[in-house]
Design a protein around this ligand. Structure first.
Ligand code: SAM
Length: 521
């Protein structure tokens, strides 16, 4: 059955829009119904359904939650950034790429990379930049970049990025690989020619465009989170076949093939784990094996961590107007919410890169100088209207000062920019708690958890709402969910909010404590 042969009635699109709003807080107006139609055409054939009404009915059931999550990337553009996960990129740049280039040169061919699930192109352009920076000639690296979302592919191929999207790009790279055109940064023709974009569905049963053993390298990061296990296994099988012996597969930080029967071996390179098709053979259906040293060269140590942040002078913090939000969470602040290690002593206000300016705001929050933090956050949000972190931080400063309406406004502005922002949902929930609106808070935390089911902090906060709503049974359930995330993937949230722990261990401890307190009642 092809996507074109499907019956998609308007009533089904309306129901789907309502469901997306309820579960993910995603607003799709009738102007966006065509996008919904395209998404259904892409997803429905694999489910065997040809009636959209039936498909939407299935999505509404608990068993349809996974499919609904799978639909999300098709109705919005997925989050991505240049040089996302700097440790992986350091391993790629220092270890993996030089070795691949050496072999490719010996065989007088280019290094062939595939960015599978490339979203708006930041990942494949980052791969190409690394290649040129490591001394490859432009025709020595070929990067094929694919995504299911046609709008994302179109934007990626255009290669134009707003300034806020370039936070991960160093100044030398910005100068070498981008031209400023109409207030946006455009990749140079040289970089653009190294990347070829296509629409491609990884979940499709066959990939006619991909030849066996044709790739040296596959980046498929933050994509398989949308897939169920059989799809992951089938995709991994075909990735394996597409790679040359010795070829590398980079998955997202929180995506692991642990205990999955794949033929890949897992190799520690520069402190990160990367998958590799063994150089010789490989046992079918063997569990993924862990090899701790690269085959060719001695691994360089993980990139040295940046120097510790300069101590922030302890200054008395005035009591914010709002009540303490988080019951029983008396835990030292996690490093994830501390200012960036690159923080220098006070910058003149309103100067520096957006990252430095955000750091300055964090310092002011920590010092309790909320009026100054607010001024700086306003200025940053005005200068970088598209910057998600600036919007969220502005909201947080307002929330800390008890300006709940303004905080909500800033979070809503962040959602306009990134409709699937887990952080905006989470902080909207916190604002609702502050405003004494537990029902709204419950809805927002539930949405955050729909978008990111492994978010321990979300489960913890939801449990607190249940406590306030005098629903101890639901509270216990959510605390248990928070505890179950103890070994789950860590989440670094955008936006600084003092006293919110982000380490799963700290949250699990607090949840355990609350669970015990609830049982004693
Ligand atoms: C969160 S983005 C990740 C982008 C980039 N790889 C990164 O890590 O920054 C996930 C991308 O996967 C794409 N995607 C989801 N399901 C896909 C599928 N079945 N086939 C191809 N791409 C898919 C989405 O459209 C989205 O652009």
């Amino acid at each position: 059955m092809s996507g074109d042969a499907l019956t998609i009635e308007r009533s089904a699109l309306e129901q789907l829009a309502a469901l997306l709003l309820e579960r993910a807080g995603l607003k799709v107006t009738p102007d966006g119904y065509n996008g919904l139609r395209l998404a259904l055409q892409a997803r429905m054939p694999a489910t065997g359904l040809d009636d959209a009404g039936e498909y939407v009915r299935r999505l509404k059931q608990l068993a349809g939650e996974h499919e609904l999550r799978a639909l999300l990337p098709l109705v919005t553009v997925g989050k991505t950034e240049f040089f996302r996960d700097s440790r992986q990129f350091a391993a790629f740049e220092n270890e993996v790429f030089p070795e691949l280039l050496k072999f490719a040169r010996r065989e007088a061919r280019p290094v062939r990379a595939w960015s599978a699930g490339c979203a708006t192109g930041e990942e494949p352009y980052s791969i190409a930049m690394v290649g040129l920076d490591r001394g490859a000639l432009p025709n020595e690296v070929e990067c094929w970049a694919t995504d299911l979302n046609p709008v994302a592919v179109e934007n990626a191929a255009r290669g134009r990025f707003a300034i806020r999207r370039l936070l991960g790009v160093s100044e030398p790279r910005l100068a070498r690989f981008f031209n400023l055109v109409d207030g946006q940064y455009e990749v140079t023709p040289q970089l653009r020619d190294m990347v070829h974009f296509d629409g491609h569905n990884l979940a499709a049963p066959i990939w006619p465009q991909v030849k066996p053993q044709s790739k040296d390298l596959i980046f498929c990061r933050n994509v398989i989170i949308y897939f169920d296990q059989p799809t992951i296994l089938s995709v991994m099988d075909r990735f394996y076949d597409s790679l040359r012996p010795g070829g590398w597969l980079f998955l997202g930080y929180s995506e692991s093939l642990f205990r999955l029967p794949t033929r890949f071996e897992m190799i520690e390179v520069g402190g990160v784990f990367i998958y590799r098709r063994p150089v010789r053979g490989g046992t079918t259906s063997a569990m993924t094996t862990v090899v701790r040293a690269p085959t060719s060269s001695t691994p360089t140590p993980a990139p040295a961590l940046a120097p510790a942040p300069e101590p922030v002078k302890p200054v008395e913090r005035p009591t914010p107007k709002a009540l303490p939000l988080v019951v029983g969470l008396q835990i030292p602040r996690s490093t994830a919410s501390m200012p960036s290690p690159f923080l220098k002593a006070a910058q003149p206000p309103g100067t520096g890169t957006p990252v430095q300016r955000l750091d300055q705001i964090i310092v002011d929050i920590e010092r309790g100088d909320f009026p100054r933090a607010l001024r700086l956050a306003h200025a940053l949000a005005e200068d970088s209207p598209e910057d998600l972190a600036a919007r969220i931080t502005l909201g947080n400063v307002h929330a800390l000062m008890g300006n709940i309406d303004e905080a909500r406004e800033a979070y809503q502005a962040a959602l306009q920019r990134e409709p699937l922002s887990v952080e905006a949902r989470l902080y909207l929930g916190i604002a609702a708690m502050q405003a004494g609106e537990p029902e709204v808070a419950r809805q927002e935390f539930t949405r955050a958890l729909f978008l990111e089911p492994t978010l321990a902090l979300g489960h913890y906060l939801l449990a607190q709402v249940h406590e306030r709503r005098a629903d101890p049974e639901a509270a216990r359930r959510s605390y248990r969910n928070a505890i179950n995330q103890r070994k789950g993937p860590p989440h670094a949230l955008i936006g600084h909010f003092p006293d919110l722990p982000t380490s799963n261990e700290a949250i699990a401890q607090a949840a355990q404590y609350r669970l015990a307190a609830l049982s004693e009642r």
